[in-house]
Design a protein around this ligand. Structure first.
Ligand code: F6R
Length: 614
């Protein structure tokens, strides 16, 4: 939520900042704004709406050229998305500007205190209070960095803050608590951003900032302290993808590109984790064989699409690793009296590694001394740092708001973990694990095959653009796939879409079936005869009540043909791996249907990519 960019160097800051904002717009697009320091003066510009509005305003009235600046793209929390509430916010003197991601929980108190002291606040935001607090602290001396440290000590909640001040014309200062901020290290120039994609065109060398740290960014160097001003240790890393990964590469939307990248993303996530002897190597889990054998329960915590990957993890872990596995929405987990112990393994799944609910769930599990494993796509994000071990999904940057390739790679990660635990605990014979690993290695080509046959799905999607509601049914791992299909359609096409476990149909949802209602059914492989036959009966039941059936089944499954108004065939794979092929048509379906409705699939309304507030 909210994208932040800061720059100091020799280039025109406005160009660098606006280019960075364009790469971060997926984080929020309610408004955008910039601040530039030039000739000792602060110039700001901001506009409600997408970055295009700000660009137009900047063209009409360009600010003076400077080589130090910052920019913000907003996902509104406090105050409606209008020009007034857009960031940057300035103090009474117009000499300090601040941008912010997160929520300052004690802002009402701070605001009252500031108003009483005579400050005039012009917006409804929590952020503006920080600009005025800085104004007061700057009067006490010590410069902008020291003022920000003092202000941060007074703030409660989650925040990334970046500030500039005319009195410190060579420095951009940033602070972070529970909200992302990374430093890009250049040659004679340095960058700050919510994520590396904002500066990847300029440098691939980055610094991870820790919790409660303040960074001073100058053209010649970077200095990091804690909120008390003590020098802090930081970790540098090299980003292993380049700017082309953060661009559309000829596709109309990032989402289309990311769907197409899935075979490669799946292959990359397997890479280096399977030894030449066929045994899995997951040293990244940082758990000894003894510790893994001691685990007696697994709890998976995640949100949204990542939660759906967690639901599939449960089937894989219980089947292969023979361990009880609970799956919990991260936002619910810490408000429940979940039973955890040092022999519980908590697996937190998060594409961004910055989802506040997931981070809070991890901290809750840590307090109860559980072991913590992250599955994450973003190097340098917070979640991996808070876990004992992390399995990175190598999906590359996922920029479209709706998660696609990250989901498939999360599935690969959970399969690897479940099979690895089975290998270590001996719950499956070595050759069974090996056989499954070999099948996993063939999944990129299966996903590729699905992608090659998507034209009928696109046609179907276009024909359904006028519908108001679509239902999704599945059984076993097909149930989370149905939930995922429904979520994609909701968030992209703004349609009523529900996923159900097909077995629940007769316990209520069947009342929703009416003539011509589109119902997507995910059919398990024929090898799972009982499951398969039961869902075929479900298809007949809904068809008898007039539903329009859209059936996803494995190639060669003749039994469903007679009951399918539309049949989508996917390659035959083992049941547990089937979500890797059945999810793809649902992603394509939602993307095409939303596009047919004229929606921007990369930036659906009201959403933001990385949900850094609870
Ligand atoms: C849906 C979607 C969201 C995210 C959720 C968790 O397409 O993208 O539901 O899956 O916000 O995000 P991460 O995985 O970053 O924790």
């Amino acid at each position: 939520m909210c994208g932040i960019v800061g720059y100091v160097g020799a280039k025109p800051a406005l160009d660098v900042v606006v280019e960075g904002l364009a790469r971060l717009e997926y984080r929020g697009y309610d408004s955008a704004g910039v601040a530039v320091l030039a000739d000792g003066k602060l110039a700001t510009a901001k506009r409600a709406g997408k970055l295009g509005n700000l660009r137009a305003a900047l063209e009409e009235e360009p600010p003076p050229a400077g080589t130090l600046g910052m920019g913000h793209t907003r996902w509104a929390t406090h105050g409606p998305p209008n020009d007034r509430n857009a960031h940057p916010h300035v103090d009474c003197t117009g000499s300090v500007a601040v941008i912010h991601n997160g929520i300052i929980e004690n802002f009402a108190e701070l605001r009252a205190e500031l108003e009483e002291a005579g400050h005039g606040l012009a917006s409804d935001t929590d952020t503006e209070a920080v600009a005025h607090l800085l104004e007061d602290e700057l009067k006490a001396g010590g410069g902008l960095a020291e003022a920000l440290r003092r202000v941060c000590r007074r703030l409660e909640g989650a925040f990334t803050l970046v500030a500039v001040h005319t009195g410190d014309p060579d420095v951009v200062v940033g602070a972070r608590r529970n909200s992302p901020l990374v430093v890009g290290v250049g040659d004679g120039e340095n960058f700050l951003a919510s994520d590396v994609s904002a500066f990847i065109a300029h440098t691939r060398d980055a610094i991870e900032l820790g919790q409660d740290q303040v960074v001073e960014l100058r053209a010649g160097g970077v200095q990091v302290t804690d909120f008390e001003g003590r020098p802090a240790e930081v970790q540098e890393y090299h980003v292993d993808w380049d700017v082309s990964a953060a661009e559309k590469g000829g596709y109309d939307y990032f989402m289309l590109k990311e769907i197409a990248e899935q075979p490669r993303a799946v292959a990359d996530t397997l890479l280096g984790r399977i030894g030449s002897d066929g045994r899995l190597r997951l040293d990244e889990m940082r758990m000894s064989d003894r510790e893994l054998r001691e685990v007696d329960k697994i709890i998976v915590v995640a949100c949204g699409t990542s939660y759906h990957a967690g639901l599939i993890a449960k089937y894989a872990i219980e089947h292969w690793a023979g361990l009880p596995c609970e799956v919990e929405l991260a936002s619910e987990f810490r408000y429940r009296d979940s039973i955890l112990s040092p022999t519980t393994l908590v697996i937190a799944i998060s594409q961004s590694g910055e989802t506040m609910d997931a981070l809070m769930a991890v901290r809750h599990a840590r307090e109860q001394k559980a072991k913590l494993l992250g599955i994450c796509n973003v190097n340098g994000s917070t979640l991996p740092r808070e876990c004992d071990g992390v399995l990175y999904t190598h999906a590359g940057p996922e920029i479209a708001v709706a998660s696609t390739k990250a989901f498939l790679t999360q599935l690969v990660a959970v399969y690897l973990i479940a099979l690895y635990i089975a290998q270590v605990r001996g719950t499956k014979w070595g050759d069974e694990v090996f056989a499954m690993v070999q099948l996993l290695e063939r999944m990129p080509e299966k996903v590729e095959k699905v992608l090659e046959t998507m034209e009928p799905v696109r046609e179907l999607a276009r024909s359904l653009a006028g519908e108001r509601c679509v239902l999704f049914l599945g059984r076993h791992v097909g149930f989370p796939v149905a939930l995922e299909g429904a979520l994609k359609l909701k968030e992209l096409a703004y349609m009523h879409a529900e996923g159900f476990a097909a077995g629940e149909l007769k316990h209520g949802p069947i009342a929703l079936i009416e003539k011509d209602l589109p119902v997507v059914v995910v059919v398990p492989p024929r090898a799972r005869a009982v499951l398969h036959d039961k869902i075929v009966s479900n298809i007949q039941e809904i068809r008898a009540r007039g539903a329009r059936t859209i059936v996803i089944a494995e190639e060669g499954d003749e039994s469903v043909g007679p009951y399918a108004d539309t049949l989508i065939s996917v390659p035959a794979v083992p049941t547990l791996l089937q979500p890797l092929v059945t999810t793809v048509p649902l992603q394509v379906f939602a993307c095409e249907l939303a596009t047919a409705k004229g929606h921007d699939v990369d930036q659906p309304r009201n959403l933001a990519k990385s949900v850094t507030v609870e």
